[in-house]
Design a protein around this ligand. Sequence first.
Ligand SMILES: NC(=O)c1ccc[n+]([C@@H]2O[C@H](COP(=O)([O-])OP(=O)(O)OC[C@H]3O[C@@H](n4cnc5c(N)ncnc54)[C@H](OP(=O)(O)O)[C@@H]3O)[C@@H](O)[C@H]2O)c1
Length: 307
Amino acid sequence: MARPVCLVSGSSSGIGAATVAEFAAHGYDIALNYNSGRERAETIAAQLRQTHGVEVITLAADLAQGEAPFELVDRTFAHFGRLDVAISNSGVSNLLKDEQGQVVRYRFHETPSDHLDREMERVLSVNLMGAYRLAQRSLKHMLDLAQAELQAGAQPLHRSILLITSISDVAPDSTRIPYGVSKAGVNHVVLGAAFEGGPYNITVNALRPGVVDTPMTSRLSGVKDEKSGRELTVAEVYNLMAQGGLQPIRRIGRPEDIARAAFCFTQLPYMTGQSIAVDGGFTLVSGFPNRDLFLQEALRRRQEGQA
Ligand SMILES: NC(=O)c1ccc[n+]([C@@H]2O[C@H](COP(=O)([O-])OP(=O)(O)OC[C@H]3O[C@@H](n4cnc5c(N)ncnc54)[C@H](OP(=O)(O)O)[C@@H]3O)[C@@H](O)[C@H]2O)c1
């Protein structure tokens, strides 16, 4: 029997790279998409072929370009003749750099209009429209396959679409509102697609990662390590905060944590239309366990005459 096929956008790095490895380990043939990381993509593909003996094709596509997500799905389907799992994972943050390569951040109410336009264009074109179109075209192919199976008198196979969004859909950061807007928008895409896919055994869900150690979080944070004098990365700062109790699981995520969850979410024929966090408990931050922390801070401020 032919192997099942999984397409993952943005699988040349981070969470996407771990996800194609997870599916290859489970015997899936892989369509591995990259944008700028051709060499990385080819290296990952070669490793997967060698380790797991599955077929891996690499497909270039800049998902910010209107037709590119449709073509990516069409090329995958044309090559393999089937599509069992489609995962929209490509993503960028809204943070832009100046001519010196420094990240430019503005608070919500101070962001100049032209800057906001550029940030929005960046995140909406890749994170929202890229994901939207990838899900649309994947669903279309999956519906065609299911209808053909029904016409042949067979039950349609379970197929699945998964959108990698973020806990930034609800967890606010005033300099990253556009990113959160794009991810919250994708959570809504899941709802319509789930209604159309359900009758044909196609499930559609979103996975909302917390902070994960990937190239996306490897940028410098502006926070210095007092011991070494070295500037810490965003991932390192969140890892320290996790150790200090920011989240119940006292470390940030690894790409493999998300990849494993992504595999599980796509194997559940009775779960659809859901947007679920895999975040070590980050989004439980305001819970009762932190009451001592907040009480101590309030008492400290009172003592200093701040409150
Ligand atoms: N890391 C975190 O803490 C975190 C938390 C929550 C959600 N997420 C989400 O998880 C997903 C993966 O992020 P990551 O952390 O693994 O980041 P990453 O290591 O920076 O990987 C991003 C991937 O997206 C691809 N990509 C970027 N722009 C693209 C475009 N225009 N067209 C097609 N592909 C494009 C990149 O391809 P090339 O490298 O080939 O250009 C790369 O494969 C993203 O959607 C991100 O928003 C991440």
